[in-house]
Design a protein around this ligand. Structure first.
Ligand code: PA5
Length: 432
């Protein structure tokens, strides 16, 4: 079973953009023939078929070595340099690690994605009792948060293992030539992996940026790439209005032009929390510019039905939802019969917990639709590496088309620089 998309709520009148042939041709041309804004950053488009066997082999060997010598891998990065890895690993690992599970072999934790002193202090304390390696990821090689975390954690690593062994416990993933991290890696002899020039941070999950940490966590990266490849074949060879990525892109733009301001992506599996965070960065950073763009938010149901659900049902009508449904769980749990039935739940004994979750989704969708919240549905057959690879590629492709429909460059992020400039001024960087 492959990923399934439900756009049944949107016909010609609700989604007029889908049916505009000229617009569709134009945005496909931008993306597939590299004639649009930011076309220097289209390397992600062919990654599922262009990652060589040699590179996969190198990643797997490096991952195996980390798994052999470490209980913990600290991935140091921010934005696109950690969210993809965290999205994939969180979606695929068990909720609670069992000693026998392959994922248990090496835990992946994250640093450099905030400036919290207590976070770093607690991490350093945690690592004191562990064998660990560092994987520092920065395309530019100059981002402040990961650079600070790397300096602090490298000092701890060197204190624990000595300089010589520490260098063999550090992997750097960065630009081929540019940036402080490349220079530092060369001078200190760290193992390195490259981020291609034509792949931006938030589109880099199918490069070593996402693949190496995922492999360390026990994810089958070949299956992940194969899922992405199947999705690529499906999307790149169909430039009709039925292309699901185009349809998704066009519907969200139609809804935006009809006054919707927020797209909520909704999951009913808590392990998709970081997939949602990855998706938020992908769409938020690609589209939110020139005073335009839908604000991407994430909802984790049924948890959020007891908090934000009230707003979705009856608050301002500025929202639509994209609901991620997982068709099949990894496990089976039925509701047991209780002789006394004091909790009144015996009527549920014919259901599995999974089917109750599915019924909650159907019930919520119905209520939200009736409450004026349009919905797009995406069904993931099961949470495995292949489906996650496919879903990643689907959203990347859709995001590029969607940003082009909106009239913005999907691949730059000029606004991210503003806070950095202010921070450097306040910190006195470059002051004589
Ligand atoms: O998508 C992007 O380009 C950004 O989110 C970057 O990934 C993020 O700012 C980190 O940049 P770098 O990898 O250069 O440290």
């Amino acid at each position: 079973m492959e990923l399934e998309f439900d756009f049944s709520e949107f016909g010609r009148s609700e989604a007029p953009l889908c049916f505009d042939n000229d617009k569709r041709q134009e945005v496909f041309d931008y993306l597939c023939n590299a004639t649009g804004k930011g076309s220097d950053f289209l390397g992600w488009r062919d990654l599922p078929c262009s990652v060589s066997e040699e590179e996969i082999d190198k990643i797997k060997k490096a991952a195996a070595l980390v798994r052999k010598k470490a209980d913990v891998l600290v991935v140091i990065g921010i934005g696109g340099s950690y969210l993809g890895a965290k999205a994939v690993i969180s979606a695929l690992k068990p909720y609670f690690d069992f000693a026998k599970h392959p994922h248990h072999k090496c835990e992946v934790v994250y640093a450099g994605c905030n400036l919290s002193q207590d976070y770093v202090a607690d991490l350093i304390e945690y690592l004191k009792h562990k064998e660990y390696c560092l994987c520092v990821i920065s395309k530019s090689g100059t981002t402040t948060e990961p650079a600070i975390a790397f300096r602090l954690l490298r000092a701890e690593l060197e204190k624990k293992y000595g300089k010589l062994e520490a260098k063999d416990r550090i992997i750097a993933i960065t630009d081929r030539q540019k940036g402080a991290l490349r220079q530092e890696s060369q001078e200190n002899g760290y193992q390195t992996f490259e981020i291609r020039d034509d792949v931006g941070g938030r589109f880099s999950v199918l490069t070593p940026v996402g693949l190496l940490p995922a492999a360390v966590a026990g994810v089958n990266i070949e299956e992940m790439l194969s899922g992405a490849r199947q999705m690529r074949d499906r999307l790149i060879n169909d430039q009709s209005e039925n292309n699901p990525a185009y349809r998704y892109a066009a519907i969200r733009n139609s809804l935006y032009s009809q006054g919707k301001k927020i797209e909520a992506i909704v999951a009913y599996e808590p392990c998709l929390e970081y997939f949602i965070a990855w998706w938020q960065q992908l769409f938020g950073e690609s589209e939110g510019k020139q005073s335009k763009g839908l604000f991407p938010v994430g909802l984790n149901n049924t948890t959020d039905l007891h908090s934000l659900g009230q707003y979705v049902q009856q608050g301002e009508r500025i929202l639509f939802e994209t609901v991620l449904k997982v068709a099949e769980s990894r496990s089976q749990i039925s509701i047991p019969t209780d002789a006394n039935d004091l909790d009144g739940l015996n009527y549920l004994t014919k259901y599995s917990l999974e089917s109750i979750n599915h019924i909650a989704q159907t019930a919520t969708s119905k209520a939200h639709k009736e409450g004026g919240v349009p919905q797009i549905g995406i069904t993931i057959p099961r949470l495995d590496a292949c489906s996650i690879g496919g879903l990643i590629y689907f959203f990347e492709f859709a995001c590029a088309l969607s940003a082009y429909l909106l009239g913005v460059n999907p691949f730059d992020q000029p606004g991210v620089e503003d806070y950095k400039r202010n921070m450097f001024d306040l910190l006195g960087k470059n002051k004589k």
